[in-house]
Design a protein around this ligand. Structure first.
Ligand code: C2O
Ligand code: CU
Ligand code: CU
Length: 505
């Protein structure tokens, strides 16, 4: 056997180690670069554009008293950046959609036409309604088709919203611009600011990133939470300001971002009153200086303005206890100046925030007849990815259940349930903080966190149409972090037939 000269061996070893060290250094350098680049801030950036207010749609009344709305899903363009037209999708326009508004007790119908090049759906997030009208992934609307769900509004006044829900494509449909608010009113006179677009402002908050003139839909390095933007927009307005003429201003905050968790507060730590959560008003206002909203969640707050001041609504860094690495790559170190409120020289005086708002309509833990566990671990819930033809839970109409939701992952998730507004009975086995004591349909679960949710299923029984529960970080939802449940009459034997997954036109 010919032996390799020693010097040649030594040379090879030397080169090998040089390559290894260089590769290691490059990897470390790239990672450091990605780490540094992942942090973004728009703090201090000027507010240059007047905040758009989505048009209010009150629909028309049919002879039989049904309130009818029209929604057209279409593609278009919107000029966000100077000289560049961004391809967008919207309802009745190029981007986002009108604010629908209806009263408790009313029969409503929405005639939805799909003029997009793709099939989609429209889901009523937070609405209590029959499963066949819910607009989940089974109610696809083909291009050119229309869908006309109808239901009777039967829930307290609340800030709800609507958005597409096609299985596997929700993220891209929402981020292209398909989202709008749905306000429910009721008969309770609260005395709260309530003049739409004047002292009662809808705020659809999203983060966005541009690549040239288009929305950038790329997921950043190590961004396990999904697609994050590097700036925010409100109602589709980048760098928005709004002039207000009233002392008390009510803000209806909706986190319509696809993955970003916002911790809202005002510059200077101005306190405000939290008056409502996802599903309606609280019993009493809660003084606060921060409100954290994960994707899909809403909060209503009232802030007191001083004459001639400029007050910045800010999104502050969010520490979910997920460690410096995850925090950085899930946007937890970021800061955004979201909106500037510009107060007039003289303000219309409003006396006080009413001390009593609305009686809570919450399910009670003592009525619970059954427990279920929901384990969140990307990309699954309870170890299985979403399947359109598997029903994961069957609940009996009129019963109350306790769902124990656990995040056993190293990253944040949230949890949303269709059709119901639930009560949070415990967070990590302790009583919930004040901001989680109202009606909720979506909750944030930091890594390792758990919650006990109490849900009451009052909807009509319909074994053929499922509702969804899922992580509302939309890319996670699309990857399979979703499950289905049906509501059946008490004592019904669970049908073993798979779900009909046909299109309904
Ligand atoms: Cu906001 Cu299942 O959705
Ligand atoms: Cu929903
Ligand atoms: Cu998730």
């Amino acid at each position: 056997m010919a032996s390799i000269p020693r010097s040649a061996l030594r040379r090879t070893a030397l080169w090998l180690s040089i390559f290894l060290v260089a590769g290691l250094l490059a990897a470390v350098g790239l990672t450091g670069w990605a780490f540094a680049r992942a942090k973004v801030s728009t703090a201090g950036a000027p507010f240059t554009d007047e905040l758009a207010i989505p048009p209010l749609a009150t629909g028309r009344l049919d002879p039989d008293g049904t309130r009818v709305f029209d929604l057209d899903m279409r593609s278009g363009t919107r000029r966000f950046l100077p000289g560049q037209d961004t391809p967008t999708w919207g309802f009745n326009g190029d981007h986002l959609g009108p604010t629908l508004r209806a009263h408790r007790g009313e029969r409503v119908r929405v005639d939805i036409g799909n003029r997009l090049p793709e099939a989609s759906t429209v889901h009523w997030h937070g609405m209590h309604l029959p499963a066949s009208a819910d607009g989940g992934p089974h109610q696809m609307i083909a291009p050119g088709a229309t869908w006309s769900p109808e239901w009777t509004v039967d829930q307290p006044a609340a800030t709800l919203w609507y958005h597409p829900h096609p299985h596997g494509a929700t993220e891209s449909h929402v981020r292209r611009g398909l989202a709008g608010m749905f306000l429910v009113d009721d008969d309770i006179a609260t005395g709260l600011p309530g003049s739409y677009g004047v002292d009662d402002l809808p705020l659809i908050v999203q983060d966005v990133k541009f690549r040239g003139g288009s929305f950038d839909n790329g997921r950043g390095a190590f961004a396990d939470t999904g697609i994050l933007g590097d700036r925010t927009m409100v109602n589709g307005t980048l760098a928005p300001y709004r002039t207000v003429d009233d002392e008390l201003v009510r803000l209806r905050l909706l986190n319509a971002a696809s993955a970003r968790i916002f911790t809202f507060g005002f510059a200077g730590d101005r306190t405000f009153d939290l008056i409502g959560t996802d599903g309606g008003l609280l019993e009493r206002p809660i003084p606060a200086d921060r409100i954290r909203l994960s994707p899909g969640e809403r909060a209503e707050i009232v802030v007191r303005m001083r004459p001639a001041e400029r007050l910045t609504l800010r999104a502050l860094p969010t520490d979910l206890g997920d460690g410096f690495w995850n925090r950085r790559f899930s946007g937890g170190d970021d800061t955004f100046d979201v909106l500037e409120l510009r107060a007039a020289e003289t303000l219309r005086a409003t006396t006080v925030v009413p001390p009593r708002l609305a009686p809570p309509e919450l399910p009670r833990a003592e009525d619970s007849v059954r427990e279920r566990t929901m384990e969140l671990r990307f990309p699954n819930i309870n170890g299985a990815p979403m399947s359109m033809d598997r029903v994961d839970a069957t609940v009996e109409r009129g019963t109350t259940e306790t769902w124990i939701v656990r995040n056993s992952d190293g990253m944040a998730h949230n949890f949303h349930v269709h059709d119901v507004q639930f009560a949070v009975a415990a967070v990590d086995d302790r009583p919930p903080p004040p901001a989680l004591r109202g009606r909720k349909d979506t909750v944030l679960l930091p890594p390792g966190g758990s919650m006990r949710l109490v849900l009451r299923f009052d909807g009509p029984a319909d074994p053929r149409h499922p509702y969804m529960y899922h992580c509302h970080l939309l890319w996670h939802e699309d990857q399979g972090m979703m499950g289905q449940f049906t509501v059946v009459e008490p004592g019904t034997r669970v049908p073993s037939a798979p779900m009909p997954s046909g299109h309904e036109h």
